[in-house]
Design a protein around this ligand. Structure first.
Ligand SMILES: NC(=O)c1ccc[n+]([C@@H]2O[C@H](COP(=O)([O-])OP(=O)(O)OC[C@H]3O[C@@H](n4cnc5c(N)ncnc54)[C@H](OP(=O)(O)O)[C@@H]3O)[C@@H](O)[C@H]2O)c1
Length: 254
């Protein structure tokens, strides 16, 4: 019987946005499975896993992303697992006309270009791994298509397209690349965004959750971490190029 408790023993992982929320839970889940993990973010938070190496950096610029990948390779000495998780949604109410040119560019930089800029310099290391795996974190199919988050939805759509291209290109090298799509997940960033939206609509956050098919309840960062851990593990050895929802049915059924 395979020892799943230590399935990441000997694996080296980088998680962007691993200082809190989904990224922190993912980093902790990989550490619990035996991996050596580095997390990258602009600052440490209360939730930042103590067992991870912390790389301070802003990955919205090419120079910032390059510094992070250089540090990651120095600290880890190679790479088997990459989780491009850092992202941010900034609603612009009431809709598309409120999204400035700067908002569009900011959203593309953090939600899309950061993943491109982090992934590129790490591809050689992933090729050498022999079992490289990448997960890119997208966003639920419901809220992003509202006008007030059009810049976020478009950037995440670009990330999805890029992920599929990567999966095709890297398949022959044995590197698997998947997308995970969270629904409403309880994290500092997610909670902040939903509070803004609920206030703007004159409803409560609990009322927003009523649209979730599975008992009207939000998910946890640990729910996300479990899916990401599965996708980067050998248990998912034949899964690549797909989008995996963790959303209590939202976006899939709705
Ligand atoms: N929570 C949800 O309901 C939900 C739903 C759909 C999609 N998502 C996606 O899930 C991912 C994680 O979201 P979350 O809810 O866990 O968000 P969160 O609580 O706001 O955490 C975001 C993480 O990214 C880091 N980060 C943000 N900007 C950065 C930058 N410029 N450079 C480096 N690191 C940066 C943050 O640290 P610093 O601020 O210190 O840099 C933090 O570690 C995102 O891609 C988000 O779009 C979340």
């Amino acid at each position: 019987m395979k020892d799943y408790a230590n399935e990441f023993q000997g694996k080296k992982a980088l998680v962007t946005g691993g200082s809190r929320g989904i990224g922190a839970a993912t980093a902790q889940r990989l550490i619990d499975g035996g991996a050596t993990v580095a997390v990258a973010a602009r600052s440490r938070h209360e939730q930042t896993p103590a067992g991870a190496s912390f790389i301070q950096g802003d990955i919205t610029t090419l120079a910032g992303a390059n510094d992070v990948t250089e540090d990651a390779l120095k600290i880890l000495g190679g790479l088997d697992i990459l989780v491009n998780n850092a992202g941010a949604a900034t609603p612009r109410l009431p809709g598309i006309e409120m999204i400035t040119d700067e908002d569009w560019m900011d959203s593309l930089m953090i939600n899309f270009m950061s993943a491109v800029r982090i992934t590129n310099p790490l591809l050689n290391a992933l090729r050498q791994s022999g079992s490289g795996a990448i997960v890119n974190v997208s966003s639920g199919g419901v809220i992003p298509f509202h006008g007030f988050l059009a810049h976020y939805g478009a950037a995440k759509a670009a990330l999805s397209s890029y992920t599929k291209s990567l999966a095709k290109e890297l398949g022959p090298a044995g590197i698997r690349v998947n997308i995970v799509t969270p629904g409403a997940i309880l994290t500092p960033g997610g909670n902040e965004g939903r509070e803004q939206l609920a206030a703007a609509f004159g409803i409560t956050v609990e009322q927003l959750f009523k649209a979730i098919p599975l008992e009207g309840k939000p998910g946890t960062a640990a729910d996300m971490a479990e899916m990401i851990a599965f996708l980067v593990s050998d248990r998912a050895a034949y899964i690549t190029g797909h989008n995996h929802f963790v959303s209590g049915g939202q976006g899939e059924l709705a």
